[in-house]
Design a binder for this molecule. Structure first.
Ligand SMILES: CC(C)(COP(=O)(O)OP(=O)(O)OC[C@H]1O[C@@H](n2cnc3c(N)ncnc32)[C@H](O)[C@@H]1OP(=O)(O)O)[C@@H](O)C(=O)NCCC(=O)NCCS
Length: 211
């Protein structure tokens, strides 16, 4: 629990609503959310302005408020957090997540409900370990990567920065996935996957490369 710590949520979409639930369950006091769209909404929270207004709000309210970038796309989370000093971004972990005492989590990550992080897991800055994902021992997750709900990463596996491990997919033990990879939903990565590709299926095969 983090009783009474104040949080400004960046983003007002579906993922922000999930993060808000987790933060409230973990004891954070949410002062509101920011989103450029006037249509954005997070249940029970007030929209305090556009994304760029965060630093000014923190200054006016006199310190002690942390931020969390709540957006499914890693490059968006990275650009939003660039406006703040590194120690202003906090990790939010749902209280039902099971996190090893030897796991390490960099600032700004999100650990969803019922996620499991086993021994010596290493989670990068701004990464998302979404609902019920399993990160086995000695797994490395790169900065701003998203491990989608229900995915399983076997012991010693790794995924580089700015990748997506799609919903319900499996990465077999010790398999290495590169940077900026999209592993499709339901895939099984049985061999290493190079940087910058989309791979799908069982076993996962590369179907496109970034140009
Ligand atoms: C792999 C993925 C990126 C492809 O997206 P896309 O390029 O827009 O692909 P399309 O939806 O146009 O589908 C193209 C074809 O691939 C197939 N396909 C799409 N996703 C697939 C997947 N995960 N595994 C196998 N086949 C897939 C489609 O059925 C379609 O087949 P068809 O040409 O025979 O009709 C996407 O489908 C996916 O799996 N994204 C993961 C999303 C996710 O997990 N998000 C996290 C949410 S919290």
């Amino acid at each position: 629990m983090t009783p009474g710590r104040r949080l400004l949520l960046l983003g007002g979409g579906g993922h922000a609503a999930v993060v808000a639930d987790a933060a409230i369950a973990a004891g954070w006091l949410l002062i509101g959310f920011l989103d450029d769209s006037l249509e954005a909404s997070v249940p029970g929270l007030e929209r305090l302005g556009g994304i760029d207004e965060g630093p000014g709000i923190l200054e006016r309210r006199g310190g002690g408020i942390l931020v969390h970038a709540a957006h499914g796309e890693g490059h968006v989370r990275e650009s939003w957090l660039a406006a703040y000093p590194p120690d202003a971004a906090t990790t939010i972990a749902h209280p039902t997540a099971c996190i090893s005492r030897t796991a390490q989590i960099a600032d700004g990550a999100f650990i969803g409900p019922h996620a499991i992080l086993n021994a010596r897991a290493w989670i990068g800055r701004g990464a998302i370990i979404n609902s019920a994902a399993v990160i086995e021992h000695d797994v490395t997750i790169g900065d701003f990567t998203h491990v989608a709900p229900g995915s399983v990463m076997g012991g010693g596996a790794a995924v580089g920065a700015h990748s997506l491990v799609g919903i319900g997919s499996v990465v077999l033990p010790r398999v290495k996935i590169g940077r900026r990879v999209t592993l499709g939903g339901g895939a099984v990565a049985a061999k290493d996957i190079a940087d910058g590709v989309t791979a799908c299926g069982v076993p996962a095969r590369v179907r496109s490369r970034r140009t």
